[in-house]
Design a protein around this ligand. Structure first.
Ligand SMILES: NC(=O)c1ccc[n+]([C@@H]2O[C@H](COP(=O)([O-])OP(=O)(O)OC[C@H]3O[C@@H](n4cnc5c(N)ncnc54)[C@H](OP(=O)(O)O)[C@@H]3O)[C@@H](O)[C@H]2O)c1
Length: 258
């Protein structure tokens, strides 16, 4: 039995992965943005071990999630799943003055990775849209460019792959991988999404717990348990280090080198 924390697991693919893992006999900690969503999550999956609470749109909320997670002991795996989508019609600014999409999709996985007691495995949810992402780190907060929700989302999902590969490079003792689940009909994906919803949570659960040699790798990118093409910039050390530096500047928390 493994202990797994899944962010953004009151709904969608996070909740579905949690169901797969609890069905497999694993102990899952859910995460929800507030008390109400925590009660919803608990009602959806009474078999969950714990629920941690915190709004990942704020650095304070990210820190609260990390503190609660650490209070429950070390996890075997953390799945960074929480995300907001590509349909935001305008730039939303967080209480910290950041782009909402960047804060939730990129900064939260960074800070949680840095603050949560290091697990054996880390899994980051990206998207096929990351291949259209821009690796230029010059305007991460969309302060200069005219807002484009699809591009902001694509950029954020590219940076999730960058983060997964950066962690894999810095922490050789940890398995750190990213994946795309397919375009599926969750709240984010929308009712018309064409891919298979029931396959979509499988790869993240597999990467979190499986002893399959294909799953016990690091610094890889997957779709439906198969290696998959990713944006080449995700491997560029200067992009990886640039992102880690920016996130450290914003949060004041440096990701350890080893
Ligand atoms: N669905 C797709 O087609 C698709 C395709 C490619 C990649 N993905 C990726 O898969 C992951 C899961 O997406 P999904 O389709 O399951 O989306 P979803 O159904 O919208 O679920 C997203 C989850 O994240 C939580 N969340 C969002 N903002 C949060 C915040 N500020 N604080 C705390 N929790 C927050 C949501 O909480 P609430 O329920 O309270 O809103 C929800 O539990 C995302 O990273 C997404 O980018 C999805």
């Amino acid at each position: 039995m493994a202990r797994i924390l899944i962010t953004g697991s009151a709904d969608g693919l996070g909740l579905m992965a949690a169901e797969l893992l609890t069905d497999g006999g694993h102990a899952v900690t859910l995460h929800a943005r507030n008390q109400r969503r925590a009660a919803d999550a608990r009602a959806q999956l009474p078999a969950a071990e714990h629920v941690v609470i915190g709004d990942l749109a704020s650095i304070k909320g990210m820190r609260q999630v990390a503190e609660q997670a650490n209070s429950f002991g070390r996890y075997d795996a953390v799945i960074h799943n929480a995300g907001v989508g590509y349909r935001e019609p305008r730039r939303v600014e967080t209480v910290d003055g950041l782009s909402h999409v960047f804060a939730i999709n990129v900064l939260a996985p960074y800070l949680l990775t840095a603050l949560i007691t290091r697990p054996a495995r880390l899994v980051y949810l990206s998207s096929g849209m990351h291949r259209g992402g821009n690796p230029d780190l010059g305007d991460l907060q969309w302060a200069k460019h005219r807002w484009n929700g699809a591009q902001a989302y694509s950029d954020s999902k590219l940076l999730d792959v960058v983060l997964a590969f950066a962690v894999a490079r810095r922490w050789p003792g940890v398995l750190s991988n990213a994946l795309e689940p397919g375009w599926v009909p969750t709240k984010m994906g929308g009712a018309g999404a064409p891919d298979d919803l029931f396959l979509a949570p499988v790869t993240q659960a597999w990467l979190a717990v499986s002893d399959d040699p294909a799953a016990t790798v690091t610094g890889r990118y997957f779709y439906h348990k198969q290696p998959c093409e990713f944006h080449p910039a995700a491997r560029f050390v200067e992009v990886q280090e640039g992102l880690l530096d920016r996130c450290a500047d914003i949060t004041g928390v440096v990701l350890p080198n080893r």
